[in-house]
Design a protein around this ligand. Structure first.
Ligand code: ADP
Ligand code: MG
Length: 753
């Protein structure tokens, strides 16, 4: 077929430039035919349209009018993708300014073309070496292109153009930047190496090329002025060039090479990424810290100890807590200690000397909760010995401790000075000074460490103050414990179990003035239990016989009170039990609180954690919302700052990616290379930051910010932040790619050079 003779044919082709509303003509109505084997010199004054013509023939730029045929195929309907294919299949370009990747070595520049067109590195190697040797640069194969002379660079460019094994070589003033000697050798090289190809060279210096050229075309003002055949050429069939796409492995490899290729760019990007990571992390951890502190700063009217470590626990069947329960819970992970009598924690206990010279109140604690060593005195050795903890500057503890420790005290949960159920003979044997940050209770300045036995006594005391007792006597229901109540109850060792001793005076209320054996029923009721105790009246007492009927040491006549009903200690203790119905658990690590609560729930207990009982004031809620908004604004601002900084840094990469496209890589591949490059930076900066965090954790370095991050961020948070970074990189590469690859290759290239 005759048409096949012409590799490329232009029919009335025109090219216009549109810029800022002005139309300029590149060339108009050009009619030309090129066939394989020709070596064509195009000359003409500057601005005559030579470069424009070459760019259109190369498929780097579009044309607006006429038709260009490639192998007799029309191209006016070509889309971006078809031009990509066309360039890969047919065109090798050589430029005046070489257009090499300066940060690559000679070898890498040539290898890149082969790899972008689907060769493996192994396949590429002999070809690359052969080409390097053909252009006489074997000695320089490992040299960075930026270190080469102009002539050497153009040799690399020729080798690169030939590497693809395409039928058409297009060179735009390849010797324009070279001295005469290098220029001569370049032209000679080109003519030798591309014997069977179609070569089109634009040159200012026709003399230089005349010995090799088979045809000379002169252009003037966008038109062909002269088209002169110099030599006869033999027609040669173009060789088929079968290219493949770059494989995934090589894409990754190129992406990695590009990441580290230009060290200043790498460092700059790393700094920017570290900056975002630090900003995001510090903002996020600061936010979590504030949330955390907020949670702590709430208030609650019922619980005094609202420390986060505390979990309150009850049994589902409302029964009392046994030592078995305590053992079961203590065996769980993350448990610091278990306080069986939780009611103690939120109560205050009182120590009064019998002469009322000293009165101390404090937060009762089990002696097992005492940590650290005692500052004065010793640890308790029997059940009635206690330790007191308070501020180092407290007058009593620091100056007056000798007197304090010399006294004997009554201990009760009721502040009143003559509490009959108070526990007597208590001795302070040790004093401990709190660390400054130990703010354990807003109400008491002391902690009082008690033995199990004393705790039980207090528990009984507390159940007394929190219980309602209704007495049924002579068919009357009487509420006890109120100030106006006609009756009171007290225990006394002289009363046998099941009996009650009443004042003789009360017998007048009984039928036949005889109350003996009359039943008294006591009903006790509190938050945790209800019980009924049946007594019967066994004896009367009066102000004369009282001291013989009852055991009353230190009794004086003034103390006589006829409203008291005496009962046995065992009945009394049944009324006011020392059983615990609610325990408190203190965890070791607050961060694992939720896991621990779940475990306790699974064991079948009801739990309540302190963070759930705290009430936030309105102002805290408002501040919190404000802070969330500020955080969001900050993150968005950060995103944009980063985007623009990275865009600026990447601008220097435009030339790389355009070159990659000129060498035949499709847009998709160029975009993927960009994404890989940013992903690498993301991962490296995350890794670097991770190492820094780790060093801070091991105290090799010490920054408060890093410590805050370490304290408040958990694995989940790190994963979320990592995903945000990956997303950020992805968005940036997509946006950037859309921008630089929107234009035709030539347009984006033009903007750079
Ligand atoms: P040559 O390579 O022969 O010096 P060019 O092909 O570069 O000439 O230019 C041909 C004409 O097209 C000139 O008039 C030039 O001003 C115009 N031209 C070239 N590139 C552009 C462009 N990007 N935008 C507008 N006009 C252009
Ligand atoms: Mg030009």
């Amino acid at each position: 077929m005759k048409g096949n003779k012409y590799m490329i044919k232009l029919k009335n082709v025109s090219k216009f430039y549109y810029s800022k509303g002005v139309i300029a003509s590149g060339f108009t109505k050009i009619n030309l035919e090129f066939k394989m084997g020709e070596f064509i010199a195009i000359t003409g004054e500057s601005g005559s349209g030579k470069s424009t013509l070459l760019n259109v023939i190369s498929g780097l730029d579009t044309y607006e009018e006429g038709e260009m045929y490639v192998n007799s195929e029309e191209t006016s309907h070509y889309l971006e993708k078809d031009w990509e294919d066309y360039r890969r299949k047919y065109i090798g370009n050589i430029y005046q300014n070489f257009n090499l990747i300066n940060s690559y070595t000679v070898y890498q520049n040539i290898e890149l073309v082969l790899i972008l067109n689907g060769s493996s590195r192994k396949e590429a190697k002999p070809k690359v070496l052969e080409l390097i040797s053909k252009v006489g640069l074997t000695k320089f194969k490992r040299a960075k292109v930026s270190k080469l002379s102009g002539g050497q660079k153009q040799r690399v460019a020729i080798a690169r153009a030939l590497a693809k094994d395409v039928p058409i070589i297009i060179a735009d003033e390849p010797t324009g930047n070279l001295d005469k000697r290098s220029a001569d050798s370049i032209i000679k090289l080109l003519s030798e190496l591309s014997k069977d190809k179609l070569v089109i060279i634009v040159t200012h210096n026709y003399e230089q090329i005349v010995a090799y050229a088979t045809r000379k075309i002169t252009m003037h003002d966008g038109k062909v002025l002269e088209d002169k055949k110099l030599k006869e050429v033999e027609y040669k069939r173009p060789e088929e060039n079968n290219y493949k796409n770059i494989n995934l492995f090589n894409k990754l490899r190129l992406g990695i090479i590009n990441t580290f290729n230009i060290i200043p760019k790498f460092i700059l990007l790393l700094i920017v990424y570290l900056f975002i990571i630090v900003s995001l992390m510090s903002e996020y951890s600061y936010f979590k810290k504030q949330e955390h502190e907020n949670a702590k700063s709430g208030y609650n009217n019922i619980f005094i100890d609202t420390s986060e470590e505390r979990i309150i626990l009850k049994k589902k069947d409302k029964s009392n807590i046994t030592n078995d329960d305590i053992d079961k819970i203590s065996n769980l992970e993350n448990i610091n200690y278990v306080v069986k009598n939780d009611a103690i924690i939120d109560s205050t206990c009182f120590l009064n000397t019998t002469d009322d010279s000293y009165s101390i109140d404090g937060a009762p604690r089990n002696i097992s909760m005492l940590s650290g060593k005692i500052d004065i005195g010793r640890l308790p050795e029997n059940e009635n010995e206690i330790v007191i903890e308070g501020d180092r500057n407290d007058y009593y503890l620091a100056k007056d401790y000798k007197k304090l420790m010399g006294k004997s005290y009554n201990l009760s949960a009721d502040g009143s000075y003559n509490d009959p159920s108070a526990i007597n003979n208590i001795k302070i044997v040790g004093i401990k000074y709190s660390r400054n940050d130990d703010k354990f209770s807003p109400y008491s300045q002391y902690k009082i460490y008690l033995s199990n036995n004393l705790i039980n006594g207090l528990q009984r005391n507390i159940s007394k103050t929190s219980s309602n007792i209704t007495m049924n006597f002579l068919d009357h229901n009487i509420k006890l414990g109120r100030y106006d109540s006609e009756y009171k109850i007290t225990s006394n060792k002289s009363v046998p179990k099941g009996s009650a001793f009443i004042a003789e005076y009360n017998k007048y209320d009984c039928p036949n003035e005889n109350c003996i054996n009359k039943p008294i029923t006591l009903k006790v009721e509190n938050l945790y239990y209800q019980d009924t105790i049946n007594l019967s009246v066994a004896k009367y007492y009066n102000n004369k016989n009282i001291t013989s009927v009852l055991e009353l040491p230190n009794y004086s006549n003034d103390d006589y009170d006829g409203t008291i009903i005496y009962m046995s200690p065992s009945d009394y203790n049944k009324l006011y039990k020392d059983d615990s119905y609610q325990a408190s658990i203190y965890v070791k690590d607050v961060k694992k609180l939720n896991t621990t609560i779940k475990k306790i729930d699974e064991l079948g207990y009801e739990t309540l954690s302190m963070k759930d009982v705290l009430i936030q004031s309105d102002i805290t809620v408002v501040i919190r919302i404000l802070r969330i908004i500020i955080t969001i604004i900050l993150v968005i601002t950060l995103f944009f700052i980063t985007y623009f900084v990275i865009k600026l840094i990447l601008k220097s990469r435009n030339i790389y990616y355009t070159t990659v496209r000129m060498l035949g890589a499709p847009k998709k591949v160029a975009r993927q290379l960009l994404i890989i490059e940013l992903f690498n930076i993301t991962n490296i900066s995350c890794l670097v930051f991770g190492i820094i965090l780790y060093l801070n954790k091991t105290k090799l370095i010490n920054y408060e910010l890093l410590s805050t991050i370490n304290t408040y961020l958990e694995l989940n948070d790190y994963i979320i932040l990592y995903l945000i970074l990956i997303l950020l990189s992805f968005l940036i590469s997509e946006k950037y790619a859309a921008k630089i690859f929107k234009k035709s290759v030539m347009n984006s290239y033009r903007e750079e050079v």
